[in-house]
Design a protein around this ligand. Structure first.
Ligand code: SF4
Length: 195
């Protein structure tokens, strides 16, 4: 629907407020390491396609970061194909669908050094707490989220995180929304922020 509306230089800003923690984490990791592993390129690349980032802008975004640690030729040889593949321009030419939460939570758990997966499922407790509170969630809010996480209710924890970071509920109130898909999270956030 909004294909073409999003450009590479908007991603950093959007990641801070409107990306779910799973995608924000991959983005932060890409900026730190100037690289992404396969699982992240798939999970994040398809998410970005889903929010309306066109193929040429996706290549620009990844090329800008990756070429801080490698030359342009290496990038083009090793990584352009995969990005075009995500957009159905290579291989089987399938228009791949962005991953939903269940797939991210249940499949292909991240190994050491990987940035993909669901933080509410795959982060260790202290790291998750630290990340959530550095995004402005109060101490009480962090405790509430951790309670859901410990009970295995990742998507409820994610919904609570959404509500708290968008000022739509307090830390002790019931969770109102249900997060099924990272792209749904993004759309809900943009709707709220842009009216
Ligand atoms: Fe991402 Fe879904 Fe996990 Fe939220 S619950 S962090 S949207 S995978």
């Amino acid at each position: 629907t909004n294909v073409g509306a999003i450009t590479a230089d908007m991603i950093d800003m959007l990641s801070k407020k409107s990306f779910p923690l799973c995608m924000q984490n991959i983005h932060v990791s890409m900026k730190q390491n100037h690289h992404m592993r396969h699982g992240s390129r798939l999970q994040y690349g398809l998410f970005l396609k889903g929010i309306g980032l066109p193929l040429d802008e996706a290549i620009k975004l990844f090329r800008t970061e990756f070429t801080k640690s490698m030359d342009v030729d290496t990038f083009d040889k090793k990584y352009s194909y995969g990005i075009r593949y995500n957009y159905g321009k290579e291989g089987k030419k399938t228009d791949y669908t962005p991953f939903g939460c269940m797939k991210i939570i249940m499949n292909n758990p991240p190994a050491v050094g990987d940035a993909h997966g669901c933080p509410f499922r795959h982060f260790d407790t202290d790291f998750l707490k630290q990340r959530i509170s550095s995004n402005g969630v109060s101490k009480d809010g962090v405790e509430t989220i951790m309670k859901y996480t410990k009970g295995g209710h990742c998507q409820v924890a994610c919904a609570k995180y959404f509500e708290l970071t968008h000022g739509i509920s307090g830390s002790s109130s019931e969770v109102e929304m249900f997060i099924q898909h990272p792209n749904q999270y993004f759309e809900n956030s943009q709707k709220l922020l842009n009216g």
